[in-house]
Write a protein that binds this ligand. Structure first.
Ligand code: BG6
Length: 454
């Protein structure tokens, strides 16, 4: 990335926006077969970006963005997972070339939640080291085909989520203890795959930059009680440091290692992995941020088995932050200053440049007389962009900002009821219609904001 240029971008991910199910040799992904509750849209059509590619890129151009953060569907590049699929490569060549022709820097992420279902069926996906090799093979194919024109790359999007979400990774183990062990093993394999991928990247895209895309965790203790303070530190280690320490330093935080060893959940590894992990550092860190998290110490006998797997331990549990405004879809609260706090901490720990790869507000937008008046989203963006300006003014290296999302897309678990886009897609969960594109008020606001530049 050119440090002199601040990238005003926008983000999507392939399985949430593309559609094009089964077209052009696309294989079956975990996200195609997962069980979706009745009345929620799946990824088969999504926002139909696959058939609206040119129109969407012209909308990006009119918006004035200089960077498009998207992801490759692993199953469009690799079909069922073992051989490259030329039609899929052609589709992304077209996407990349259209971006470049329109002055937009393409910024793909290799792995954004979607992967070949065949790997889950054949060898339990990331539970096996086979998945590490296949990921590196897939990444190498991408680097060879696109690395001449694409210089900025993301590796894994939100390892925290993708290692825990069983519908995305196929960890359907019934025994709860074994399921947790699998989660940590899968995450370890993802870290190893990331490092091996960076090694290959350096050989192929010599002038490129690559980095992980983290789900930034801004953790507050619910009170100033030492127990809650410790809970917050533990949460920071378990929800963020365990991934980024691996990405950057090639090692786990000590408290995390100790806990996993005590539980019998420490991942299996080979001695020769250590060198690969310690080397092959990334060039930057991608920051996904929606809200902060408040935690507290667990009470005696408290049951947390219903929480997402990464909260299922004795070290911390979810608390409540009374200082933040909460909404239906932003149940942890809206916290712009958290963006500043979290990015400052990440820079102090890792010393790497950062780019905001996702930041957005979910809302059930309403189309009224052909317009969407999403002033709530404009407020959210304005407040968060102000925090980026604050970071830059204070000397922190922030290279760009990408709202989530460019366009309405299938939310990771709530379909189209919950929308994030700058551009409205005229469809509902039940009725696909024509997927007509309608820029929202936030689109025009962002267009003006980009023109201001500073
Ligand atoms: C991030 C993901 O976790 O948050 C996106 O990278 C996702 O893929 C976004 O869509 C918002 O989450 P959700 O669950 O509201 O779609």
């Amino acid at each position: 990335m050119d440090k002199k240029t601040f990238y005003w971008g926008a983000s999507t991910s392939a399985f949430q926006v593309e559609g094009g199910y089964g077209e052009g040799g696309k294989g079956i992904a975990t996200t195609d077969v997962r069980k979706i509750p009745e009345g929620i849209a799946d990824s088969k059509i999504a926002s139909d970006h696959y058939h609206h590619l040119k129109e969407d890129i012209l909308l990006m151009k009119d918006l004035g963005i200089t960077l498009y953060r998207f992801s490759f569907n692993w199953t469009r590049i690799m079909g069922d997972g073992y051989e490259e699929n030329q039609a899929g490569i052609n589709f992304y060549n077209q996407l990349i070339d259209l971006c470049l022709e329109n002055g937009i820097t393409p910024f793909p992420t290799l792995y954004h939640f979607e992967m070949p279902q065949k790997y889950v069926d054949d060898f339990s996906g990331w539970q096996s080291r086979k998945c590490v090799d296949l990921f590196v093979k897939y990444a190498e194919i991408c680097f060879r085909h696109f690395g001449d024109r694409v210089k900025n790359w993301g590796t894994i999007n939100e390892q925290l989520i993708v290692s825990a979400a069983t519908d995305l990774n196929g960890n359907h183990e019934a025994n709860p203890d074994l399921k947790m062990k699998n989660m940590y093993q899968m995450s370890y394999h993802m870290s190893l795959a990331e490092k091996k991928t960076i090694k290959v990247f350096r050989e192929i895209v010599k002038d490129g930059k690559i980095g992980p895309i983290c789900s930034m965790q801004v953790i507050y203790p619910e009170s100033s009680s030492p127990k809650d303070i410790l809970a917050a530190r533990n949460a920071q280690d378990f929800l963020q440091n365990c991934f980024l320490d691996m990405s950057v330093f090639g090692q786990f935080p000590t408290s995390y290692s100790n806990y996993l060893k005590n539980k019998g959940w420490y991942p299996d590894y080979d001695e020769e992995d250590i060198k690969v992990l310690k080397n092959n550092r990334p060039d930057f860190i991608g920051i996904n941020y929606y809200c902060s998290t408040c935690v507290r110490a667990l009470e005696d006998g408290e049951d947390n088995s219903q929480l997402p797997p990464f909260y299922r331990n004795e070290l911390f549990t979810l608390g409540n932050n009374p200082y933040l405004t909460k909404t239906k879809w932003m149940e942890f609260g809206i916290d712009p200053e958290g963006l500043y706090i979290g990015m400052r901490d990440i820079y102090e720990r890792y010393g790497l440049p950062m780019i905001v790869t996702e930041n957005g507000l979910a809302f059930s937008d309403v189309l009224e007389g052909g317009e969407v008046h999403d002033h709530y989203r404009i407020d959210y963006f304005e407040q968060h962009i102000n925090q980026c300006t604050r970071l830059i003014t204070e000397g922190y290296p922030v290279w760009g900002y990408c709202p989530w999302s460019l366009i309405d897309l299938v939310s990771s678990h709530q379909g189209f009821k919950k929308r994030y886009g700058l551009i409205y897609v005229d469809r509902t969960d039940e009725d696909v219609r024509e997927c007509r594109r309608i820029p929202k008020d936030s689109y025009y606001w962002y267009q003006r904001r980009i023109k201001l530049k500073d």
